[in-house]
Design a protein around this ligand. Structure first.
Ligand SMILES: [Zn+2]
Length: 326
């Protein structure tokens, strides 16, 4: 069996109602000309999108098949998982997304087929003038108020509207009612779940001219009506001042390295896998016998637990996201 090595994947591009061109313009994604795209799934082992390796001897294999066959090598101290537990993506939100809510693990496990719950965290990379999001409820709104405004088609009146700026990071726990956009380019780390209950779509029509389906009963059943205004937490310092902790919870840790030209940083070597993605600049990894090319802005690599430590070498002033299990 071929041992695992730092894996790069072909991005999975998604078109939704609300996409744009920044995945190409800012992150260099090969999305062709003219067509708007909403998401680039960078690392995913989900039935709605399987990452496929595009480097080295394992080229063409899916993350799902590798995760099953190489569980010990991939997961290290965390042991075999039902599927790769994290999903990392970039989003270009030109228009506001639907108002939505996600279940927690316990509620999602009861679905057919069972899924994971969804905790997610957004890091804002770019914000157009006037960009905003909704996160949590305004103070004083409870379930009856939500139901009333849903019936009137004015749910946004109940929601905490927040103007996120570049470098803001917001952790969204299960049950928190939220909507990202318009105007944001964001990186999102989340549990590998695709269970989204759409509560409200701003009375819009889908691409087929019909309203997109809503899931009000399921959504209200998992909503946390005590979740008031959500605001970004300032990053925490870590043992290395060049590495900031953007978000941490029981599902993932989300850090960001800021490195000057020529600086190096050691990642891993602690029996964990690491997802690394470059949001500014350009890096090399060492030792890396299979990825000779540098990792450029918008590109992502998964370092398996069994590979041990890697060294990031900043080829220019760089920012690198680092995501792993706690
Ligand atoms: Zn969401």
């Amino acid at each position: 069996m071929i041992p695992l090595y730092p894996l790069r994947f072909t991005p999975l591009f998604r078109r939704y109602l609300w996409g744009g061109r920044r995945l190409a313009e800012v992150l260099g994604k090969p999305i062709g000309v003219g067509i708007d795209y909403a998401e680039s799934w960078e690392v995913s082992d989900h039935e709605h999108g399987q990452s496929v390796v595009d480097n080295g001897p394992l080229v063409g294999q899916t993350l799902g098949s590798l995760a099953r066959e190489h569980a010990a090598e991939l997961y290290g101290r965390h042991g075999a998982q039902p599927r790769f537990p994290l999903l990392f993506k970039y989003l270009d939100c030109q228009r506001v997304l639907s108002v939505q809510v996600h279940p927690d693990d316990a509620a999602a496990a009861k679905l057919t087929p069972p899924d994971l719950g969804k905790t997610e965290a957004w890091l804002i990379l770019d914000a157009a003038p006037g960009a905003y999001a909704f996160a949590g409820l305004k103070r004083g709104f409870d379930r009856p108020a939500i139901e009333r405004e849903l019936q009137r088609g004015t749910l946004e009146l109940c929601l905490n509207r927040i103007e996120l700026k570049p470098d803001d990071c917001l952790l969204i726990r299960p049950g928190v009612i939220h909507a990202l956009g318009p105007g944001y380019l964001a990186a999102e780390i989340q549990q590998s779940s695709d269970v989204t209950y759409r509560l409200f779509d701003f009375n819009r029509l889908g691409a087929d001219g019909k309203p997109r389906p809503l899931h009000i009963e399921q959504g209200l059943a998992v909503s946390d009506f005590t979740a008031g205004p959500q605001i970004p937490a300032p990053p925490e310092v870590t043992a290395d001042p060049r590495c900031q902790r953007l978000a941490a919870c029981d599902k993932f840790v989300f850090d960001r390295w800021r490195l000057a030209t020529g600086q190096t940083a050691k990642v891993g070597g602690d029996e964990r896998f690491y997802i690394l993605s470059v949001t500014r600049g350009s890096i090399s990894l060492a030792p890396d016998l299979t990825v000779a090319e540098p990792l450029e802005r918008g590109q992502t690599v998964l370092v398996p637990a069994g590979w041990g430590a890697v060294e990031i070498i900043a080829r220019e002033a760089s920012e690198v996201l680092q995501m792993y299990l706690p």
